[in-house]
Write a protein that binds this ligand. Structure first.
Ligand SMILES: [Zn+2]
Length: 168
């Protein structure tokens, strides 16, 4: 049994278990459900609060954030030219679902403006991550070996990013 983001309860029951047994199981775990729902809601609030630190509703706010992030990211892309790839286009959008996105087809990379809320070395980690994706699209052993080579502290950076952004 688990709580999904919108607060719904998802139950996986063994094949053959009756509806009544499932209902009884849920009834027995009411306290757990209430507690788990509260935790889910708290976590989501922390996450929402995190993103609200950087208001990006107006055009002017987005433009200012884009300029700030571009100034931070571009030198990093130059620094990591040693990886041997260069993106065709780099764009910046207010994405909350991910920090970066790369299109292997046209070698373009898009970064989340909310990177401005992360420590510098975590931003650098995202930049290297996306650049390595231009060589290896999957998160496989080859990809991890590239990360080990160009950004050895990638595991630590990933952990710190999750901690700072309250993402679980
Ligand atoms: Zn990735």
């Amino acid at each position: 049994m688990r709580i999904v983001k919108n607060g719904d309860v998802h139950v996986s029951a063994p094949f053959g278990m009756s509806r009544r047994e499932v209902d009884a199981f849920i009834a027995q775990h009411q306290d757990w459900i209430v507690e788990a729902r509260k935790k889910t809601a708290d976590r989501q609030k922390q996450r929402t609060d995190f993103f609200h630190q950087l208001p990006l509703t107006t055009k002017a706010q987005k433009e200012a954030a884009t300029e700030r992030l571009r100034a931070q990211v571009e030198p990093m892309i130059h620094k990591y030219a040693i990886i041997g790839v260069s993106p065709s286009v780099v764009s910046y959008k207010p994405m909350i679902s991910r920090w970066g996105l790369c299109q292997v087809k046209d070698h373009s990379i898009c970064f989340s403006l909310y990177l401005l809320l992360l420590p510098d070395w975590c931003v650098e980690h995202v930049v290297v991550h996306e650049l390595c994706h231009l060589i290896e699209p999957s998160h496989n052993a080859h990809f991890h070996s590239l990360m080990d080579r160009f950004f050895p502290r990638w595991r630590e950076a990933r952990k710190e990013t999750r901690r700072v952004a309250k993402a679980v």
